[in-house]
Design a protein around this ligand. Structure first.
Ligand code: PEP
Ligand code: MG
Length: 753
């Protein structure tokens, strides 16, 4: 950048700052700003377009176009050159605008006499706020220096918009973060909740985008970056050389690389020289990185841009002194909103505190989802549209985990419809509570055993209230995921013992550690696998790295002294794996016996059937297994070759697909032949219609989240499973792909309960 534009942009920013300091507000301030920019840029027109809603831009102020068109001229995102600049988040610079592709003539503005057009997006950390436009009669392209100056100004306008500087009482412009908004996301956990926003990482607010003294700002930036470098070095030292910390170290190394990057520093120094404050300069570069992040498809590049984004946040917090603790009080009914969150941070909030969770990232099988499921609170993952930037702490929010919807600052109609839904669910819940002590016995007399899935001790109290007969699946990952190192045997034994205490005489099937795929232990070296779901996971890790599995088996044996012990091994794909794992358990029991420890009074060893191969294992496998649990989440993904984490393909295949139901039927038959108890513990067991169909196909035991027991029991008690089976058979014979249509028709024809 030349000295000349450097000082020009400073002068322009200084004038903007003065206008900010004046008493005028809202529209008057905006009008004044367009005038200043037009004068300083020596262009005949300067206009500011801001978003009315996510899709519509509105001309909010102009110097040079017809004043009558202000608040009248609107365009959709992508429409015309203004809409294009907003949509792409890129500058549009055209010397001969009327003949440019996509030009759209707005007759009411009188813009036809202006040839050249330069539109610069007004955006803040990836949020699109509007477009700053300059136009002139002379057909000329704006120079790089001029564009740079406009970008700097747009950055300041973005900060001012965010701070509500253009909002005046009774005026057409509305403050940001006040409109009702709706976001769609993926279903991480069903259920509905109403509450108030609690941001996991509150946004940093920059109140001083323009600075008078560039030298002082350069020094502030350098001091802050020094401090940042020291903190990254300290973090690196604390991670140490242990190979299990490799992932963490890689991220910190990337941080260090950015913190020492000359080009990053140079760009920020230039921004400061142009008149921005140190924090505005950091934000400007962060915005550019966010835009690239939104466009990058390469996974490695995305990760690095994410690192740069995190680092910029740290730098902003140093510069502004704003930490995670803003002094705001957590509301009584918090709904947590975050870009992403790890299990440990989530567990820190404590069970019973949060009403629901909304994540911009995360996935159905993520650790956060496991915790949310354990806490039985609704979770929305992959929320679209940057809900973290839009929501403010304390905003009213309603989330619908059944449909994956977030209503932020909902209007009255949404509120009343939503409350009706909550009331209906509460009523249904009352009805289910009435069924608690009744068996899940169908009209034909067949009884289905309903168990619950759990993963935390804190969930065990639900065992009594839910009416579950026992814990069909206790996932032991959470205790491993939520720690920074492998838990100790004594600690685990204590936890398992408390689980058994809480279950009393009810059965608990402990599943040994199931890690790998999406469940990554922070302290365990992660192999870069092309396809982790088909990779080194669960029992494969257990059998190869025997130390952890043996330690866990010892902890289970010690916890159950004198009591029955039920252990099941995850992801068994062939008989040999089951034999080997089972032998480890017996070896550990023998070892404990030799040590003189009290042994469990009775041991059952089960296998999880999660890969189609195991359904075709030799008869001897079924004879040897004391029980089998169908892990439908995994089984279904392998049966249809459709990733359970990939929303796009996951939903293509209905659980009530005839092939899948026939497969479940075959498994039930094989288990019957050897009298091997079989249960189904995937998420589908908790969906009433699916559960009823599984029962009709021959399964007599299901395990699900506690909240599903009531609805599943309610449906089972309403139906005759022989009739259900006849409906399914008919659909199969007719060559239908899924039995859902016929089953639903049949259910609708039943007497209301
Ligand atoms: C399953 O795969 O169905 C299962 C219960 O295990 P997880 O969801 O923990 O993989
Ligand atoms: Mg599984």
């Amino acid at each position: 950048m030349t000295e000349q534009t450097d000082s020009e942009s400073r002068k322009l920013l200084r004038r903007l700052k003065e206008s900010l300091a004046e008493d005028s507000a809202g529209q008057a301030r905006l009008d004044h700003i367009t005038q200043i920019i037009a004068e300083e840029m020596r262009s005949e027109v300067c206009s500011i377009y801001l978003f009315r809603d996510a899709e519509t831009l509105e001309l909010c102020a102009t110097k040079g176009l017809n004043p009558e068109s202000v608040h009248q001229t609107r365009m959709r995102l992508g429409e015309g050159l203004v809409g294009r600049a907003a949509r792409d988040g890129r500058v549009v610079n055209e010397a001969d605008a009327p003949s440019a592709k996509g030009y759209r003539y707005m007759p009411e503005t009188g813009e036809e006499v202006f040839s050249s057009f330069c539109g610069v997006p007004i955006q803040r950390l990836g949020d699109k706020l509007g477009v700053l436009v300059v136009q002139s009669r002379e057909a000329r392209a704006f120079s790089d220096d001029e564009i740079y100056a406009l970008e700097v100004v747009a950055m300041v306008l973005a900060e001012m918009t965010e701070l509500g500087a253009f909002v005046g009482e009774g005026e057409a412009l509305q403050a940001l973060h006040t409109n009702p908004m709706m976001f769609r996301g993926g279903i991480g956990q069903e259920g509905v909740a109403e509450g108030h926003v609690w941001l996991h990482e509150p946004r940093v607010v920059v109140t001083n985008p323009v600075a008078d003294d560039p030298e002082a700002e350069q020094k502030r930036l350098h001091d802050a970056v020094d401090q940042l470098r020291v903190s990254v070095d300290d973090m690196l030292k604390s991670v140490g050389e242990d190979p299990v910390d490799k992932d963490h170290r890689d991220v910190l190394e990337a941080y260090r690389m950015f913190a020492n990057s000359r080009s990053w520093m140079r760009r920020m120094e230039e921004d400061i020289a142009a008149g921005l404050s140190a924090e505005a300069a950091v934000e400007k570069e962060q915005s550019t990185a966010r835009r690239r992040l939104g466009q990058a498809s390469d996974a490695y590049l995305r990760e690095r841009l994410q690192d740069l984004d995190d680092l910029s946040n740290r730098l902003l917090r140093i510069l502004t002194g704003q930490g995670n603790d803003t002094g705001a009080e957590i509301p009584d009914d918090p709904i947590l909103i975050a870009r992403n969150i790890g299990p440990a941070e989530l567990l820190d909030y404590g069970r019973g505190k949060l009403k629901g969770i909304v994540l911009e990232q995360g996935s159905v099988g993520s650790h956060a989802a496991i915790v949310a499921r354990a806490w039985a609170i609704p979770l929305i993952v992959h929320a679209e549209g940057r809900v973290t930037s839009e929501a403010l702490n304390g905003d009213h929010v309603m989330i619908d985990g059944d449909q994956g919807l977030v209503h932020l600052r909902p209007d009255d109609t949404v509120v009343s419809a939503f409350r009706d839904k909550i009331a209906m669910q509460a009523k249904a819940q009352e009805r289910y509570t009435g069924l608690r002590d009744l068996p899940a016995e169908a009209k034909c007399g067949t009884r289905i055993a309903l168990h619950m899935n759990a993963g935390l001790i804190a969930e065990l109290p639900s065992l009594e209230g839910s009416g579950a007969e026992g814990v069909g699946l206790f996932r032991t990952e959470l205790q491993f995921l939520a720690r920074s190192k492998v838990p100790q045997r004594a600690e685990l034994a204590g936890i398992y013992s408390r689980v058994l205490d809480a279950a009393g005489d009810k059965r608990v099937n402990f599943r040994t550690l199931d890690i790998g795929s999406d469940k990554v232990l922070p302290y365990m070296k992660r192999e870069d696998e092309p396809n982790p779901a088909l990779g080194w996971r669960a029992i494969r890790v257990g059998l190869d790295k025997k130390g952890v599995m043996r330690m866990q088996l010892q902890a289970l044996i010690r916890a159950s002294k004198g009591r029955p012990l039920m252990v099941m091994f995850p992801f068994i794909a062939q008989f040999e794996e089951f034999k080997a794992a089972r032998q480890h358990l017996f070896d550990e029991i023998e070892r404990e016996r030799k040590l003189g420890h009290v042994l469990p009074d009775h041991v059952e060893v089960g296998a999880m059937l999660e890969t189609p191969s195991l359904a075709f294992a030799p008869r001897q496998f079924f004879e040897m297994a004391d029980f089998i649990s169908i892990g439908g989440n995994d089984l279904k993904q392998f049966f249809f070759a459709a990733d359970r984490e990939n929303e796009r393909v996951r939903k293509r295949y209905d659980t009530l697909n005839v092939s899948y139901l026939s497969f479940i039927e075959q498994i039930a038959k094989r288990c019957d032949e050897t009298n091997t108890p079989v249960s189904f513990c995937g998420e589908d067991a908790g969906r009433p219609v699916e559960a009823m169909c599984f029962a009709a196909m021959g399964l007599r035991s299901l395990s699900m989240r506690p909240a599903s027991i009531g609805p599943v029991k309610h449906l089972i008690r309403r139906v005759d499973l022989t009739e259900a089976r006849a409906v399914i058979d008919e659909a199969r014979e007719c060559g239908e792909q899924s039995v859902r249509g016929r089953v639903m028709d049949w259910l609708r024809g039943l007497d209301p309960a």
